[in-house]
Design a protein around this ligand. Structure first.
Ligand code: NAP
Length: 297
């Protein structure tokens, strides 16, 4: 965001580059906080807003290109439906089958990327959590779980178990990943199949929507015996900041993290793609503080 140093006022002019988010709903998004804070930090003359797109994301993306919009984030429910509007899609985003970041290429259109999974990976690196060679349990089989499973296979997890309320959806993910990564041992099951996990302790990534505000008293699995099988618990949910899943894992002696850093880093990586820079730790820390303020923490 371009701030006038003397007056401290926002300065938007004819050179201001415009970015934004399309999705439905977008009222609660934190993406403007991430991008406008980074623009302010780097003194970039850009502004980021949220565009509610109820239907036809293809038309919205084509319209954004016609209007000279420089980049877009895409959120639920358009992450897959926006793909036909793109002139090119990054390989990993194509495997996931969903994009969340569109980069304008002058004269061609938008190229699609998925920064959610690199964002999760960077958030885990930041916490010192490894994927390589790790035994992983993924809870859920929705869009996020599918992408997490793809990342786990791509980064060389030694074993992956995908457990979901609807086991058929977990099986569909495992089948697809076995096709793309034949060397990754991936097993699907129901939420009760944690009882069948082979000996040892696991990294567990919670990728269901259970426990999200206002249903903060819920966890996808309640049995303390399950949490005894986990050394690290990573919840993709970040609202509330401390989920019940995290609390149960901590009670059983595991380390536990929420999804706020994943949200933060997916935004940071999008900002890097749009501006051709590497965002430094001081800027990341500033965004983290702003996000927490926004959440009243
Ligand atoms: P989704 O496609 O709607 O999938 C929802 C998943 O939750 C499904 O596996 C569903 O099981 C399961 N589920 C829902 N209610 C349940 C319940 N009561 N008991 C057991 N399982 C239940 O959603 P998504 O896009 O994958 O997102 C999942 C979560 O990840 C959301 O909370 C989202 O906010 C979070 N997320 C966070 C970030 C971040 O940056 N931190 C990024 C992406 C997503 P069924 O298949 O049986 O219906």
């Amino acid at each position: 965001m371009n701030m006038d140093e003397q007056s401290g006022r926002l300065s938007v002019n004819g050179h201001t580059r415009i970015f934004g988010l399309i999705g439905n709903p977008v009222g609660h998004t934190m993406s403007p906080v991430i991008h406008n804070t980074l623009a302010e930090y780097y003194g970039h003359n850009l502004i980021y807003g949220a565009f509610p797109v109820a239907e036809d994301p293809v038309k919205a993306v084509e319209g954004a290109y016609a209007l000279g919009i420089q980049g877009l984030n895409v959120t639920v429910p358009h992450k897959s439906a926006a793909i036909p509007a793109l002139f090119e899609i990054d390989d990993f985003a194509a495997k996931i089958g969903a994009v969340n970041t569109l980069v304008r290429v002058e004269g061609k259109g938008f190229k699609g990327y998925n920064t959610d999974m690199p964002g999760l990976y960077r958030a885990m690196e930041w916490e010192g959590i490894r994927i390589e060679g790790e035994r992983i349990v993924i809870l859920g089989a929705g869009g996020a779980a599918r992408a997490v499973a793809m990342m786990a296979a791509d980064k060389g997890a030694s074993q992956v178990f995908v457990l979901n309320r609807t086991p058929g959806k977990a099986q569909a993910i495992a089948d697809e990943i076995k096709r793309l990564y034949p060397n990754c041992p991936m097993t699907a099951g129901s939420l009760f199949d944690y009882q069948q996990l082979p000996e040892g302790k696991y990294l567990c990534i919670q990728a269901t929507s259970t426990g999200m505000s206002p249903h903060t008293d819920q966890a996808v699995i309640e049995d303390p015996a399950f949490y005894g099988r986990i050394h690290t618990a990573f919840d993709l949910v970040y609202n509330p900041y401390e989920t019940r899943f995290m609390g149960l894992a901590r009670q059983a002696g595991a380390r536990a993290y929420n999804g706020l850093n994943m949200l933060l880093y997916q935004g940071v990586i999008a900002y890097e793609l749009w501006n051709g820079i590497r965002v430094g730790t001081e800027a990341v820390d500033r965004v983290r503080r702003r996000l927490k303020e926004e959440m009243g923490l």
